[in-house]
Ligand binder design. Structure first.
Ligand SMILES: C[S@@+](CC[C@H](N)C(=O)[O-])C[C@H]1O[C@@H](n2cnc3c(N)ncnc32)[C@H](O)[C@@H]1O
Length: 273
């Protein structure tokens, strides 16, 4: 057991845990940030979240993941979870009564004040500010849709927040849930070894990140910009800032306008590059 795990109250953990074994149905961890995911594909979890830094943090007890199998709450012998859309039309809709039971089950274990979110293309676009807000909450309960989505009455009854990964339609909410959890968990203190890396990166100060380079000094005849090898930290910081501003202005005029307004700058000003 690591020090991190001890400080978060994990009772016991094997050194050889496989990704699925990192997850638990029972509240073994006190105070750890907790993600609960209601899904028809519980075996898709932890997925990529069980790898690398998020996987290590899961193992160390810095956060906890429960995949709740929606099928358990299904109706009848076949555990049906969906039915045809009222009013007709293509596809199937996740039933309100089935999802309602799964939500009630999840809420019993959810930390107090953990947001309840339905991943949905109609939702508010997920961004870094939302990841930061969620990382400061005690956890989150996520609902993954499938088919044509979820009966609207469930969303209305529980006052569920709808969150979208972007303007495209996937077959289910699982990939969106993993993206949301990954972006959020890496902001929890101690998950990344070097906290400075979340301070400098894209969106942290309203700008896209400057270009990055590493060895070899010349690759296919392309040198690393000389200034980065100068050892002059002040000039390097200024260069990075101007590159971040240039990229943001070129690629994301929306972000650039917001950044300029926040810094009392004219968004059309010429930059010194
Ligand atoms: C095929 S989609 C349903 C799309 C829905 N009929 C619509 O047009 O808005 C099935 C599920 O995938 C998930 N999903 C699809 N695209 C998503 C996105 N961009 N962001 C978040 N979740 C998404 C949602 O959970 C959704 O319920």
């Amino acid at each position: 057991m690591t020090d991190n795990a001890r400080s978060h109250g994990r009772k016991s953990i094997k050194a050889t845990l496989k990704p699925q074994e990192l997850m638990t149905d029972s509240p073994l961890l006190a105070r750890a940030w907790r993600a609960q995911v209601i899904t028809l594909l519980p075996n898709a979890f932890p997925g990529v979240l069980g790898e690398s830094l998020t996987g290590k943090a899961l193992k160390d007890g810095l956060w906890q993941l429960d995949a709740i199998d929606l099928r358990r709450f299904g109706e009848g012998k076949h555990r049906n979870v969906d039915d045809t859309p009222a009013g007709g039309g293509a596809g199937m809709v996740l039933r309100a009564d089935v999802m309602g039971q799964a939500i009630e089950h999840a809420l019993k274990d959810a930390p107090k004040n953990a947001p309840l979110i339905y991943l949905s293309p109609r939702g508010k676009r997920f961004d870094q500010a939302m990841a930061r807000r969620l990382s400061q909450a005690p956890g989150v309960t996520l609902i993954c849709g499938r088919f044509e989505g979820l009966d609207q009455r469930v969303i209305d009854h529980y006052g569920i927040e709808e969150v979208s990964l972007g303007d495209f339609v996937m077959t289910g909410g699982e990939i969106a849930a993993q993206a949301l959890i990954d972006a959020t968990v890496r902001l929890i203190p101690r998950v990344l070894g070097n906290q400075a890396s979340t301070e400098d990166e894209s969106f942290s100060d309203g700008l896209l990140e400057h270009p990055q380079y590493t060895r070899p000094a010349t690759w296919k005849g392309l040198p690393i910009p000389e200034i980065l090898l100068s050892g002059h930290h002040g000039n390097i910081t200024d260069w990075r800032q101007s590159q971040a501003e240039r990229l943001t202005k070129e690629r994301r005029p929306d972000l650039w306008r917001a950044y300029s307004a926040a810094h009392g700058r004219d968004p059309d000003e010429d930059q010194e590059l």
